[in-house]
Design a protein around this ligand. Sequence first.
Ligand SMILES: [Zn+2]
Length: 138
Amino acid sequence: MRKKTGHCTLCDEPVYEVRTTWPEGHPYAGEPRELGAAHEGTMKLGFALTGGSTVELTFCEPCSHEASGNLVKIWQRCLATQAYEIRNITKIGTKPRTKTEMFQLVSSNMKLAQQVPLGVLYQRKWVEIRSAMKTEIR
Ligand SMILES: [Zn+2]
């Protein structure tokens, strides 16, 4: 099963305020379209991938402690998300994707499928990231 925008990568618990949702008939009907602030306890986890790159994913607080033991499940959910987007691509947004955009998306999915996560690199509370961002802006 794929992960959903604005939800925990592992358990589907909402981790952000939802400002608007996608309308009926859309492939993401009822799911968040526009996100507000992160909930208290929302976590960002960085993962090291076998290809040498890193990826950052969002979790609820309880699942952030379970991530290391669920690497395969987490990755399957990420790949399923991209596969869903590829299947529904012409329906998402206001205009169909070009062949080049489609090729880039499929390539990205194949690349991700080959680079499984090795482990958790770091964990940060979303609230701390936001306050760090505010400090940099000033
Ligand atoms: Zn969770």
